[in-house]
Design a binder for this molecule. Structure first.
Ligand SMILES: Nc1ncnc2c1ncn2[C@@H]1O[C@H](COP(=O)(O)OP(=O)(O)OP(=O)(O)O)[C@@H](O)[C@H]1O
Ligand SMILES: [Mg+2]
Length: 227
């Protein structure tokens, strides 16, 4: 991973600096920023290359999805409304293996360096943690921090001292409570569709997810970028 000095203009957070290069993502009237989507794409292309290597590029097929996600991250409430995205809910990013879900959830927070980002953690790691620590692990995720649970659905059932637990199911129910009480968000990436999620976590979890997430999907024929 390449390291650069990233920073932003405190008076106008739509001006970002990567090393000595300046990127102006929009205009600022002293109160709010009007972002410019082509400029956002240019920046994401550059930042993606810096973070993930020279092979990173913006695929034409992904541009519509990127527009949606970028609008959400910059909190363009009006445009999100048009896209049927609720800026007060989290993102459930679904799509086939290798289409770039984790990459995007790592990249997009860089658009808004002035905002507090989230911790991205693979669901598998959470379950490994549960197997060692037990139920306290589930409690720990009811805190007021924002998380992106990466690759929901691939993790195994947790097992602590012979007791089985659907760890992510329990955590998602706790996260729903935090969402309802404090409007603290959770994001997710997954390969599963809504039916598969219901099968794995049950109707209670699915119903709560419906209320607290925006479903944003890559198309099912999105290319595996690992190939
Ligand atoms: N826009 C892109 N340009 C070039 N390479 C990319 C791009 N997006 C992702 N990749 C590469 O493709 C591979 C898969 O990306 P990533 O892990 O983000 O996919 P994923 O959808 O999270 O996959 P999985 O479903 O297996 O978790 C990685 O090696 C990543 O660096
Ligand atoms: Mg992934």
């Amino acid at each position: 991973m390449t390291k650069t000095t990233s920073t932003y203009n405190l008076k106008n957070p739509s001006i970002l600096y990567e090393g000595a290069t300046q990127f102006e993502l929009g205009s600022f009237n002293g109160k709010e920023i009007t972002y410019d989507f082509p400029k956002i794409l240019t920046y994401l292309d550059v930042k993606g290359k810096l973070l993930f290597g020279k092979n990173f590029k913006i695929y034409e097929d992904d541009q519509e999805l990127l527009l949606k996600l970028a609008s959400y991250f910059i909190q363009d409430h009006e445009y999100c409304k048009k896209l049927d995205i609720d800026t007060n809910k989290g993102i459930l990013l679904s799509g086939p293996v290798g289409c770039g879900k984790t990459t995007l959830m790592r990249l997009l927070p860089h658009l808004v360096p002035h905002k507090k980002s989230y911790t991205l953690i693979p669901c598998r790691n959470i379950v490994f943690g549960f197997n060692g620590i037990g139920f306290k692990m589930i409690e720990d995720y009811s805190d007021h921090h924002t998380y992106c649970f990466d690759d929901l659905g691939v993790e195994h059932i947790g097992r602590h001292y012979g007791k089985d637990c659907n760890v992510m199911g329990e955590i998602l129910i706790s996260r729903y409570e935090v969402f309802k009480q404090k409007n603290i968000l959770t994001h997710i990436t997954t390969n599963l569709n809504a039916e598969e999620l219901q099968e794995k976590y049950g109707e209670r979890v699915r119903s709560r997810m419906r209320e607290s997430f925006n479903l944003v999907s890559f198309t099912s024929n999105s290319a595996d970028k690992r190939k």
